[in-house]
Design a protein around this ligand. Structure first.
Ligand SMILES: Nc1nc2c(ncn2[C@@H]2O[C@H](COP(=O)(O)OP(=O)(O)OP(=O)(O)O)[C@@H](O)[C@H]2O)c(=O)[nH]1
Length: 599
């Protein structure tokens, strides 16, 4: 019993190559939405996503299409996140599909993320339909892109569909290709239930909602279900499909994509990648590929005003309801007071959470520099996982440290190869491979410490390649590294929130630069403030902030009162983000100074 009239597919594309626009065209063509309703792109639903123009949460929509052969088909489009932070979410969305549209911008060509996601799709055995988009643009070079796809993955140039998501060119051809070239779902509805959770959402009335792909069996309202990884059990209260609004159904069967609601209190009850089975007639094995959430990047978040500590905790708890990958625990810093150490999937995820805390919850925050997770091997044989550099035990207790490494894939025009290789070398990269994709485009593979990528790798990559290089990376594992702790003292007092773990070879240089940078950033105070950088007990750099009488009104010559008020307001604004450390006032940028150091 196989559902021959269903096709489950996703769209793989590099950022800005036109995934959302193409999805809109498909929705419009199949009548899922009228043109008038199409004022906004449907699949990116969070405000922040729209503003940043990226896709964060995977979602799904069901299209109905009458093919040229006269048959009706149900096409489930599963949206995938487009950013390297969300690789695991991407892999779960791909696992829910049988085929993928590979969208490549005809003016840009294949990029690092296209390749990374394409390889993921091939791993999942998806049928690939290459779509060359934006052929309406004068600068489009569809033949070159066709060639690249042929060189890189051996795709037959004749298989490529020329399209413009803007004008609608190629839309029908794409829909026909989905029906003809993507295999129907293979699972049997008579087997015990196995449904893959590929995404989840929190609704304040209904609790957590699971987005599922039924792989085998059936699920019906009233059925008792079990989450195979967590063992939690629930009773199904609502089911249905997305068209794109939620449309209720009595049951879902193998091959279908839809949602399940079962009085689940928060998104941790519905972990992405987990398998739903029945309490009765349970499946023996879960679907492959589940992995618990693993944050890669941590930072400390502290309220500027200590009285807002409880508000911050409430806000984080609310965000966590809807974001299973956000992790936080209380932390105490001598410099910053009470706050939280928060774990994120990557830098973008971190920025999004910070921005939401500030915008949606009105928090005024100090964020410390992001850190990776180090493995600390102590002389007594214990191993610690450490995400806060300030907590590194003293050197005499340390046997050695390990830091996370990633495999980085960089695609760039060949003229920039020299400068980018130099950059990778400088970031402690280990060269692995260089491959010409075409005459003018090169793919470089390096192994790099994740901490170097967090620093400023991406910005430097972009500036050195005039924006043309693209980067993707995946976690390889932890490796031993010669790391030391760099401390900063302000006014003779160590500031724990400014401590950093750095490579021994770079520690002196980093200490000097950090002291210089802090001198620039920290405003003059009423007294002289020494800044010292130390490793162990050794001072490796020293700067002094000269004393100054702060008298902003002096500039006004006692004249215009409105101007005076303006200046005072401005000064108040400037103060907001200041944190009083002992007797010294330190602005937010100081805690991120370590990220902004120029080589
Ligand atoms: N001229 C032209 N512009 C297009 C076409 N398709 C998309 N665009 C434009 O390209 C930009 C990026 O398109 P999106 O659909 O937002 O890209 P995306 O791949 O969904 O981006 P992410 O959501 O970040 O992954 C938008 O400004 C679109 O209007 C096309 O076929 N022709």
């Amino acid at each position: 019993m196989i559902q021959t009239n269903i096709r489950n597919f996703c769209i793989i594309a590099h950022i800005d190559h036109g995934k959302s626009t193409l999805a809109d065209r498909l929705l419009e063509y199949t009548g899922a939405l009228s043109a008038r309703e199409m004022t906004e792109q449907v699949l990116d639903s969070m405000d922040l996503e729209r503003e940043r123009g990226i896709t964060i949460k995977a979602q799904a929509v069901r299209l109905e299409y009458q093919a040229k052969n006269g048959q009706k088909y149900v096409l489930n489009l599963i949206d995938t996140p487009g950013h390297v932070d969300f690789t695991y979410e991407v892999s779960r969305s791909l696992a829910a599909c049988d085929g993928a549209l590979l969208v490549v911008d005809a003016t840009q060509g294949v990029e690092a993320q296209t390749i990374a996601n394409l390889y993921l799709a091939l791993d999942h055995n998806l049928d690939i339909i290459p779509v060359i988009n934006k052929v309406d643009l004068p600068s489009a070079e569809p033949e070159r892109v066709q060639n690249e796809l042929h060189e890189i993955i051996g795709l037959d140039p004749d298989e490529c569909i020329m399209a413009s998501a803007k004008t609608g060119l190629g839309t029908e051809e794409i829909l026909e290709a989905i029906v003809q070239r993507i295999k129907p779902p293979q699972g049997d509805a008579r087997l015990p239930l196995r449904a893959l959770i590929f995404d989840s959402l929190f609704d304040s009335y209904r609790g957590a909602i699971a987005y599922v792909r039924l792989v085998e069996g059936k699920i019906a309202i009233g059925q008792r279900i079990r989450m195979m990884a967590t063992g939690k059990e629930f009773e199904v209260t609502e089911l249905g499909t997305f068209r794109p609004a939620m449309c209720p159904a009595k049951e879902l069967i193998a091959g279908e994509v839809g949602f399940v609601i079962a009085a689940m209190k928060n998104v941790r009850d519905v972990e992405v990648g987990d398998t739903i089975t029945g309490v009765e007639n349970a499946a023996l094995l879960p679907l492959p590929g589940y992995r618990p959430v693993q944050p890669m990047v941590y930072c400390g978040l502290y309220p500027v005003d200590n009285a807002e500590y409880n508000d911050l905790r409430d806000a984080l708890e609310k965000l966590k309801l809807n974001d299973a990958s956000l992790i936080f625990e209380p932390e105490n810093s001598t410099a910053l007071g009470f706050g939280f150490r928060c774990g994120f999937l990557g830098l973008l995820h971190m920025e999004i959470i910070q921005e939401r805390l500030e915008r949606e919850y009105g928090m005024n925050l100090i964020a410390t520099a992001p850190s990776v997770v180090y493995k600390v091997f102590l002389t007594n044989g214990t191993v610690l996982e450490l995400s806060n550099p300030a907590e590194l035990p003293a050197a005499n207790h340390l046997d050695h440290l390990e830091e996370p490494y990633v495999k980085a894939t960089i695609i760039l025009p060949s003229e920039f190869v020299g400068t980018i290789m130099e950059l990778c070398q400088d970031k402690r990269g280990i060269f692995k491979n260089m491959e010409y994709l075409t005459e003018t485009r090169v793919m470089l593979t390096y192994e790099l410490p994740l901490s170097e990528i967090l620093l400023d790798f991406f910005d430097k990559l972009k500036s050195r390649s005039r924006g043309y290089a693209s980067l993707d990376y995946e976690y390889l594992g932890h490796r031993p590294s010669e790391l030391v702790k760099l401390d900063i003292l302000l006014n003779e007092k160590p500031v724990d929130a400014l401590s950093a773990i750095v490579h021994r070879d770079k520690s002196y240089q980093r200490g000097r630069q950090l002291a210089e940078k802090l001198k620039e950033i920290i405003p003059r105070q009423l007294f002289e403030v020494p800044i010292q950088a130390t490793i162990g007990n050794k001072v490796i750099a020293r700067e002094t902030i000269k004393a100054m009488r702060k008298d902003v009104l002096a500039k006004c010559y006692g004249g215009d009162i409105s101007r005076k008020r303006k200046l005072l307001e401005k000064q108040k604004e400037g103060k907001k983000r200041m944190k009083q450390l002992g007797t010294v006032e330190v602005p937010q940028e100081a805690f991120l100074a370590v990220l902004k150091i120029e080589d």
